[in-house]
Design a binder for this molecule. Structure first.
Ligand code: SF4
Length: 384
């Protein structure tokens, strides 16, 4: 994502040196100092009480989670980048501004580094067992990584868990990308507008993109692909939610083979403050229009339910009475926050801390020292 913390990709000796000297790597947005929580001696001592999986996570730059995803259950993320490389610079993006706006496919980080982290995670069968999905995503558009196909194939070799891919869909006009995506179990492309003016306003695409080609790529892929295809559409009030917009999107959806349509709106702090959420009533109206077109095709509203509390009986894996476990937990939370802003309820659903209040208490020192920041979006308080 936007944070560059190149510890993992450095040689082991450099890592040890960094650990010894307690170096702190700060993200480009100066928000995160994640590794500092691992830099205490006890975290690496053989007597450390921190659980192995947490120490493991300290050396992962491309593997995150597992997190409880609304769509995919308990999902392990594989992030192919370390900066935001994307074909779009969407006004609602949660990651931040695109640092490299491009259509060029390249090995932006070494494929071998990503494969090695996947293998390291998969060497812990207990951790793999608890997953519902492995999700390939990126701080940007994952199919821009030229090793994408190899990484997806590798995941299928080393784990029996289904693999989902989140993509903005803009590269599907490339037949090579479509071929590489075919082995995925679930592909979730997005399309926010089928009208050039709205597309330009909401997604702010790289000059190399053409909306008609993107749409043709999506339609082609939907008929070539045999796995589950869920089309996500994110609406921003006054930007891409007019009747004309919705009609054009319904026409494109009508040409595609889609298993589910997932409607979303701005639910987390967006890149641009003028990107505002739709009222729930308007989302429901739009959902009804898509349902009218195909009553058998499910239409989900992704923007609801974000504040649900943790399910009863969920087990937390950290013992907060132990200092090393506490540090490891904080590091995992900060790692999650650098990928997306979360409410206390979101964090509680992933880490099972008992309640949102406990999350707020735990994060208070990090907020005070500036490692984590708070921001209101609508009536919700987010950590990022
Ligand atoms: S496609 Fe995704 S990562 Fe890229 S700018 Fe849009 S929301 Fe952000």
């Amino acid at each position: 994502m936007y944070a560059y913390m190149g510890i993992v990709s450095r040689k082991k000796a450099e890592i040890r040196l960094a650990l010894r000297s307690k170096l702190v790597y700060v993200s480009k947005r100066k928000l995160y100092i994640i590794r500092r929580f691992y830099f205490s001696k006890d975290s690496f001592s053989s007597k450390s009480t921190v659980n192995n999986s947490s120490v493991f996570a300290a050396f992962m730059n491309h593997i995150f989670g597992p997190v409880n995803s609304r769509r995919l259950g308990r999902s392990l993320g594989v992030d192919l980048f370390q900066e935001k490389i994307c074909t779009l610079n969407c006004i609602y993006c949660e990651v931040g501004a695109t640092t490299r706006l491009t259509c060029e496919r390249a090995e932006y980080v070494p494929t071998a580094d990503i494969l090695r982290e996947i293998d390291e995670f998969c060497s812990q069968p207990g951790r793999v067992e608890e997953l519902d999905y492995v999700t390939i995503t990126a701080s940007g558009e994952p199919t821009l990584h030229s090793g994408f196909g190899e990484i997806l194939a590798h995941l299928h070799r080393v784990t029996a868990k289904p693999v989902a891919v989140l993509t903005n869909g803009t590269t599907l006009s490339d037949s090579q990308v479509r071929r590489e995506l075919l082995p995925a179990d679930v592909v979730i492309p997005s399309l926010d507008s089928a009208l050039p003016e709205s597309f330009r306003r909401i997604d702010r695409a790289a000059n190399c993109l053409d909306l008609d080609e993107i749409i043709e790529g999506l339609v082609l892929f939907s008929h070539e692909y045999a796995g589950k295809l869920w089309l996500e559409i994110l609406f921003s009030r006054g930007i891409n939610d007019s009747e004309r917009d919705v009609k054009a999107l319904r026409q494109v959806a009508g040409r595609m083979r889609i298993d589910r349509i997932q409607l979303n709106t701005v639910a987390r702090p967006p890149l641009e403050s003028f990107s505002r959420p739709l009222a729930r009533e308007r989302l429901l109206e739009i959902a009804d229009q898509f349902r009218h077109d195909d009553p058998l095709r499910p239409v989900d509203l992704l923007a609801t339910g974000a504040q649900q509390e943790d399910p009863e009986g969920a087990q937390q894996k950290f013992d907060l009475a132990k200092s090393a476990d506490r540090k490891a937990l904080l590091a995992e939370i900060v790692d999650m926050l650098k990928r997306r802003p979360c409410t206390a309820a979101d964090i509680n659903r992933t880490f099972h801390l008992g309640s949102s209040d406990k999350v707020e208490q735990l994060l208070a020192p990090l907020v005070k020292e500036g490692t984590v920041q708070q921001r209101f979006h609508g009536d919700r308080l987010y950590y990022q």
